[in-house]
Design a protein around this ligand. Sequence first.
Ligand code: GLN
Length: 446
Amino acid sequence: ETTKAFIDRGEKSRDLNAYITEDFSNALLKAKSFDQKPNFDLKLPGVPMAVKDLFCTKDVKTTAGSKILNNFIPPYESTVTQNIWDVGAILLGKLNCDEFAMGSSNETSFFGNVQSPIDKGLVPGGSSGGSASALAANLTPITIGTDTGGSIRQPASFTGTVGLKPTYGSCSRYGIVAFASSLDQAGPMSKDVKDCALLQEIISTYDEKDSTSIDFKRNEYSKELTNNIKGKKIGVPKEYRVDRMPKEIEDLWTKGIEYAKDCGAEIIEISLPHTNYALPTYYIVAPAEASSNLARYDGVKYGFRSKGENLIDMYEKTRSEGFGSEVQRRIMIGTYVLSSGYYDAYYLKAQKVRKLIKNDFEEAYKKVDAILTPSTPSAAFKIGEKTNDPVSMYLNDIFTVPVNLAGLPAISIPAGVDVKGYPLGLQIIGKAFDEQNILNIAYAME
Ligand code: GLN
């Protein structure tokens, strides 16, 4: 009945375009077989769940929002989704996302844009836009996304939901279509912090199949969740008071600071001096890694293939027709910054600045336990509003990208609304591997 209810809602809400692939009849079969042998000791017993279409799902089409993977049926399962099915969840289908997770509005998907259930003229955020929209519209009770520069936290903020980007290396990247390998992390998206903690403890496992997976002692986050944050030191970085920050974002931040104080936290002003360089650094590092990762889509091994007169012609036509314009733009930027003669000036420089950004956080964490900022510089914008202005689109990531560059965990929680009633989120950034602490602060503040 539960699975059927989520399927019914999915069918009635097709105008949102949240799904790329519905796997409803299989979901019903799995639900029936769960009913025949129910096991309520599992952490997600028979819980139906749709996931971002960036996770490879065995025998279920996985597109990464791209034409080039439109016919790709993976012969294997990603570790993160396997962890979810192992504790009893049932796959409902695959959710829309920006092409190869490149975007902030879900408008770069080959399968069309996604509407926000908050207001159908609004973007749900991106790149995990289908996940956020499906969650906010109750098409799935919980979900997972991926976050390379904000793709879990920004859509969570835009749709009034909770999203956690874990420490780099805590969730396996095995079987997730790669965008920028040194930044990509999978993470939970949910309606409240408790569900987020539960999902995080399920998906965060050490995995030999991912060479960057880290073997550390993982908490049972949901069991150790507490809203007692008395005496916690929370930093407020002065550099995040960016020029022309809308008043409503500033007010939201002030309200969050006051609320944290009421919960017994101590607020400390801190400085993250290289914050201004995070966005340009990200937009060198991420496209560089993307250009290398996307070299595998050549029309030979799998995916879409265009007819060509010879091999080179086939490569060119496949990639010109198979990739959308934002992906092509990133491949060109990435190839340029990695090319000999420009490598030192751009890529190497960016790597050095990345280290400075990481050092800033390390210095700050000598004084504080966590950092509180707005999640985004604005509420959700209108569909089409920024599609012709990539720089303004990129600026939306200003508060989220430093966290990925530093490999840290951060959570976005709903914290209020703007004048139009559109949701706004606050971000709590933690030390590496300190998910429990930011979940606790989020739990106290939600
Ligand atoms: N919006 C950012 C980008 O376009 C982040 C995307 C992401 O986190 N996957 O690169």
